[in-house]
Each structure stands twice: as structure tokens, then as C-alpha cells.
Unconditional design. Structure first.
Length: 301
């Protein structure tokens, strides 16, 4: 496994990061700015990022984009449409906006009008239903109750690779979310003063942030192995690598996001602080495609 990025991959990552920084929400108030979100939606649609897989992108390249979108709390759909694109490629109806269903729910469904469901090796398509309430303020979900129309069979190998991709993209979002929460906490620790000094100068705060940084680095390592494995290993091995990465990244992201709230002190428990938005996103991503320790071969004997 070569962990170095190609020049094209670095450009893709940098473009996704720039988009997230320029048009992503910089505050909780920005989440209600429909004009900003409209510009973000138009830009994402124009770049073709949702069709990366059918355009030949690797799991690594999809993960690069997903990580930067998580870091920037990008509040337009990516995960759902990318997974739908991997399942069905270029759809007959180019005017439709697709996402995927998980346990009767259309995930990451903002802007989508059609949903795909994978069941017993067969693919079904249906309408996106009514919006559902959710904890994630950056991504929307909706009902997915049919009626369903068959769209053909999916081979066992494709199903496993799709599962590995789904887990890996979710893992990348978790890593990016943790990175964003960590950056928020570090910047706050630099400017918030207590007893005449920045709180980041005190060991109690510095050690918390250092631990978070170590957790993020560990998450990055397992993420990139899983992203590489999506296309490079046998499907079953790719799924196992993705499951292990998801378990590690989910636990790490929750700790990092909760630490960010703690570092902010009282302000971290208010609606106006972005820390809770990162935590909400991490918790919802954790529940997407959940993995048990036994499934990853990590159960205690």
C-alpha cells in the first residue's frame, strides 16, 4: 500500500477543502442561510463530485472529498448520492437526484427525489418521502417506504465492495468531523484567556487537545487503509478493513467532539457554538451502517 497521494488526488483534496472553507457554514447561523447553501449546491453539482465512482474514481479519492466535507460541515448531499451512483452508475433519468435507503430511511436526502434500496441482492428504486426529524443539522433524511420498482440484480462481489465503500465514506466523514471539531477547539484555546493567559497554555487543556490529536492520527491511518482496500483487496477483506476503520473512527470522533465541547467550557453548551454541530454529525455518522465488534473480528473470546 502506497500512502502517497498523486498530484491529481492532492488537487481533488484541495478543491474539496477550498469549497468547504468558502461555502460551508462558518457559524450555526449560517446553517439557516439558504442563499449560501444554494451556491454550495450549485458548485457541488457543477463539479460532478457526486458521480465520482461512475467517473472511475477510487475509494481513496471519494474518501478525500468526504473527509474535507465533514471537516467543513458541508450541508449539501454527498454520501447518499455517491453511494447511489456506485450502485447504479449513470441512471436512465438524468434529471432525477438519487440517494440510498438504509433501514427504511433515505439518508443524506437533501435535494433528492429518488432513492435506491438494496435488498437480498436486488436493487429497487422508489420515491423519496416526507422529511424526517434528525439530530444532524447539516444533513437531512426522509422516509423511504416505496412503492418500489425493481432495477436488477447486484452481484455478490459488487455488494461487498459497495458495503466497504459505504463504511469507508462514513468513516472519512467521521475523521473530517473530528478534524473540524479539533480545529475549532484549538483556535478557541488560543484566544480564550483565563487568569491572564490563554487557556491552551494550561496543561489540563493542552493534554486534552493532544490526546484528541493522537486519536485523529490513528483514525487517519485506519481510514486510508480502508479506502485503499475498497478497490485493491478482495471484497471480503475490503469489508473487514472498512469495519475496523469505522469502529475506531466512530469512537475517536465522539471523544474528540466531546472534548471540543469541554474545551469551550460554558459557551460549548450553547446553541451558538459550532461544537455541538460537529458532535451531532459524528453521532449520526456513527449510526449509519453500524458495525458490531464481532463482525470486524474484534470480539472478545
Amino acid at each position: 500500500m502506497d500512502v502517497r497521494l498523486t498530484s491529481e488526488q492532492r488537487q481533488l483534496r484541495d478543491a474539496a477543502a477550498k469549497l468547504a472553507d468558502e461555502l460551508g457554514p462558518g457559524s450555526v447561523l449560517d446553517l439557516a442561510d439558504e442563499k449560501r447553501r444554494g451556491r454550495l449546491e450549485d458548485t457541488v453539482a457543477a463539479t460532478g463530485l457526486r458521480a465520482l465512482r461512475s467517473d472511475g474514481a477510487s475509494g481513496v479519492e471519494v474518501a478525500l472529498v468526504a473527509e474535507e466535507f465533514g471537516r467543513g460541515l458541508v450541508d449539501v448531499a454527498l454520501l447518499g448520492p455517491v453511494l447511489a451512483d456506485d450502485l447504479h452508475g449513470r441512471f436512465d433519468d438524468d434529471s432525477a437526484r438519487w440517494t440510498v435507503a438504509v433501514a427504511g430511511t433515505a439518508i443524506d436526502a437533501r435535494g433528492s427525489d429518488r432513492v435506491l434500496k438494496l435488498e437480498h441482492g436486488r436493487l429497487f428504486a422508489g420515491p423519496v418521502g416526507e422529511p424526517l426529524p434528525g439530530a444532524d443539522l447539516t444533513r437531512a433524511s426522509a422516509a423511504a417506504t416505496g412503492p418500489w420498482e425493481p432495477r436488477g440484480d447486484i452481484s455478490a462481489a459488487h455488494r461487498e465492495r459497495w458495503q466497504a465503500l459505504a463504511l469507508t465514506i462514513t468513516c472519512a466523514d467521521l475523521v473530517g468531523t473530528a478534524r473540524g471539531a479539533q480545529r475549532l477547539a484549538v483556535e478557541y484555546a488560543k484566544v480564550r484567556e483565563q487568569y491572564g493567559h490563554a487557556i491552551g497554555s494550561y496543561q489540563a487543556v493542552a493534554h486534552l487537545l493532544a490526546e484528541s490529536e493522537a486519536l485523529i492520527e490513528g483514525s487517519v491511518s485506519v481510514l486510508w487503509h480502508a479506502a485503499w482496500a475498497v478497490d485493491a483487496l478482495d471484497p471480503a477483506e475490503a469489508v473487514r478493513a472498512a469495519r475496523i476503520a469505522k469502529i475506531y473512527a466512530a469512537r475517536a470522533a465522539r471523544t474528540v467532539c466531546e472534548t471540543a465541547v469541554q474545551v469551550h467550557g460554558g459557551i460549548g453548551n450553547t446553541w451558538e457554538c459550532l461544537a455541538h454541530v460537529y458532535l451531532r454529525r459524528a453521532l449520526v455518522s456513527t449510526e449509519l451502517f453500524p458495525v458490531r465488534l464481532e463482525e470486524a473480528g474484534l470480539g472478545l473470546s
